[in-house]
Ligand binder design. Structure first.
Ligand SMILES: [Fe+2]
Length: 284
């Protein structure tokens, strides 16, 4: 299932005509990393139904983000090594989530550990990428570290910025997709781990609303309610890097669906209006 899907996908992408195209990343190294990472992912199982569902949620998220990273990379027309690097980054970007859930029973970094740092600790300990050239290792490590930070430092090297942008966009597309499906569920069926165990009440928090209206991505640390979480997801559009991503967001009507799931008040209308205009401006 998840393993087969990712492997088929990555192998097909990598060697369309059984030819080795990549130069910095060998076919053997690439496949070995995929196999090891997938073995690790599939080693997480739990008798508790909710925990098992969340392991599967993260497996499937990993799979789809790998696909989105490929779509964005190919759309950018970057070289094959970078497409493969982007896919490896996607494959490992949330590898810390499995340990985080098992150890702390939460996806909330503020109540546990930074899951990007957890990913890097696992990658180092398992030595998955040690055979890759140093510069490729550096892009992978840095892009994973930056994937969940508020911003990517401007003084980073060009390739690190590229890979950080790809994973941040690909990750956001799939988070928005999961979010919309989550908010359409009946209250009793919802996954409170996804919404970081935030309070399910009608209120929104002033500084979150203010950030969204002012064109800024709110800091996750300030979230108090599930509605704040939804507003933060609307504000993801301020942190999107590529036109292709805007076009996917527009096509899938994520903003409208987030808006539909929120209580209707002036703050929510204004947040929707501002974020919608932002997307439309990017698509002109
Ligand atoms: Fe993540």
């Amino acid at each position: 299932m998840a393993r087969q899907t990712i492997l088929n996908k990555t192998m097909n992408n990598e060697m369309p005509n059984n030819e080795i195209i990549a130069s910095d990343i060998s076919t053997e190294d690439y496949n070995t990393i995929c196999n090891k990472v997938l073995d690790y992912i599939l080693s997480f199982t739990n008798e508790d139904e909710t925990t098992q569902k969340n392991f599967i949620l993260k497996r499937e998220h990993t799979n789809r983000v790998t696909g989105y990273s490929e779509v964005l990379s190919r759309n950018l027309g970057i070289e094959q090594d970078d497409v493969l690097t982007a896919q490896l980054i996607a494959l490992m970007h949330d590898i810390g989530r499995f340990n985080q859930l098992e150890q702390y029973n939460t996806f909330n970094d503020s109540q546990s550990e930074d899951h990007a740092q957890m990913a890097l600790d696992i990658i180092r300990e398992k030595r998955w990428i040690n055979n890759l050239p140093d510069h490729v290792q550096e892009y992978i490590i840095k892009a994973i570290y930056y994937h969940n930070k508020l911003f990517v430092p401007k003084n980073e090297n060009e390739k690190t910025v590229l890979h950080s942008r790809i994973i941040r966009d690909a990750d956001k597309i799939d988070i928005l997709d999961i979010a919309i499906k989550e908010y359409q569920k009946k209250p009793g069926d919802r996954n409170d781990k996804f919404t970081l165990e935030l309070e399910e009440k009608p209120q929104t928090t002033k500084n979150i609303v203010k950030a969204v209206i002012n064109g800024k991505l709110p800091d996750k640390k300030n979230l108090k309610t599930v509605n704040d979480f939804k507003l933060m997801q609307m504000a993801y559009v301020y942190d999107i890097n590529y036109k292709k991503t805007f076009s996917i967001i527009n096509q899938k009507q994520y903003l409208k669906q987030l808006f539909d799931s929120l209580p209707k008040n002036d703050d929510v209308f204004e947040a929707y209006r501002k974020t919608k205009i932002h997307v439309e401006n990017q698509l002109i």
